[in-house]
Each structure stands twice: as C-alpha cells, then as structure tokens.
Design a protein around this ligand. Structure first.
Ligand SMILES: Cc1cc2nc3c(=O)[nH]c(=O)nc-3n(C[C@H](O)[C@H](O)[C@H](O)COP(=O)(O)O)c2cc1C
Length: 187
C-alpha cells in the first residue's frame, strides 16, 4: 500500500509539512510505502490553453515535472493534500498541480486510478475559520474523482513550525494516518 503527501507550502518544516509528516509516520508504521512530495521543489507549470473538447486535449507542457508527479498520484492508495491557506485558497504550487489534471479530464486511466483512493486534507492558517478556503475545494475534487473517503485536519496556528508544540493536534494527525490505512484496507 502506498501513501503520498503532496505539499503545497514552500516552507520546509512548516505547519502543514509537520502535520503531513506525522500522518505519513503513522502510515509507514502500518506498513505503507510513503513519499513526501514538495511541489515547490518541482517544475510544475500552470496549465496551458485547453481546447473545450475534453477528448482533444493535449498537455503541451508535459516536458516538466507534472507527468511524473501525476503518475505518483495515480499509484497511491492514500493521498495527503497539505496546503496552508494563501489568500482564500490553496497555494499556487498546489493549484498548478491540480489544474493540470484537466489535461486528462476524461482519461480513463486517471479516473480509474483516483476512484476509491483515501484522501486526507490538511490545512493551517493564522486566522480562525479560514480553513474552509482550502477544505471546500478539496471536498469538491474528492467528489469529482469519487474517492472513497476524505478526512480533514484544520488548524489555526501562528508561527512557523508551531504545531510541534501542539501535542493534541500532532496526535490527531497520527490518528488520521492510522484511520486512513484502515479505511484503505477495508474492502
Ligand atoms: C501568501 C500568504 C497568504 C496567506 N493568506 C492567509 C489567509 O488568507 N488566511 C489566513 O488565516 N492565513 C493566511 N496566511 C498564513 C498561513 O496560512 C499560515 O502561516 C500557515 O500556517 C502556513 O503554513 P505552513 O507553515 O505550512 O507554510 C497566509 C500566508 C502567506 C505567506
């Protein structure tokens, strides 16, 4: 079983990174192969012009890191989407990655691979109540791709890395990892 974390924040060991790492630790301890992917380290361009006919679509930017990253997404059983709130949305790094899925909007291989995955959405933000800007889009993506279950972790936190000092929250992240593996294994 494979678990990947797609990290939207450019801050290494930032709050979303630390929480995703804790989820992955639980997944690894449950026997999963795990991988953390810093989208900011990759060259993933914004989507180019798309024709309206889904079947005619081509990714004219496929010489960057998107295809290999999409292949990892497709091979995963558990996917952690971790992004801070940036101006009422996910980070640009994550948005570029997600938009490119539209190059393969009706690709059976992609749709079959994502259907039935278990997803975990993690977001952090400084102002209370802001998590919805990240969680609501991911809920829509989860419905679109017919994932089996979407779990969520939404944390208000002020400083870089401060979740480390929030043991209850770190425990929640770990528990989510365990629950995700159990859910992915359940038929
Ligand atoms: C460009 C930018 C935009 C942000 N926009 C918001 C926002 O709209 N609402 C909010 O509560 N926090 C906002 N924040 C704060 C981050 O969401 C917060 O610091 C988060 O914990 C960072 O997560 P990270 O440590 O994983 O990078 C913003 C931060 C940056 C750098």
């Amino acid at each position: 079983m494979k678990a990947i974390a797609l990290l939207g924040s450019p801050r290494k060991e930032g709050n979303t990174d630390l929480l995703a790492t804790e989820v992955l630790r639980a997944c690894r301890e449950q026997g999963c192969q795990v991988e953390k992917i810093y989208l900011d380290d990759l060259n993933i361009r914004p989507i180019g012009p798309m024709v309206d006919d889904f079947k005619q679509r081509r990714d004219d930017r496929a010489d960057d890191d998107w295809p290999a990253t999409a292949a990892k997404l497709m091979a995963a059983d558990i996917v952690i989407w971790a992004s801070p709130v940036y101006w009422q949305g996910v980070t640009a790094q994550m948005k570029c990655f997600v938009d490119r899925l539209s190059t393969r909007y009706v690709d059976r291989q992609l749709l079959d691979a994502l259907r039935g995955q278990v997803w975990i959405a993690i977001t952090t933000h400084t102002m209370p109540g802001e998590g919805r800007w990240v969680l609501e889009p991911i809920r829509v993506w989860a419905r679109h791709f017919k994932v089996k279950e979407l779990m969520e972790l939404d944390v208000t936190v002020r400083r870089w890395g401060a979740v480390k000092d929030m043991p209850d929250i770190m425990q929640q992240a770990y528990d989510l990892g365990q629950a995700a593996v159990a859910q992915a294994r359940a038929s």
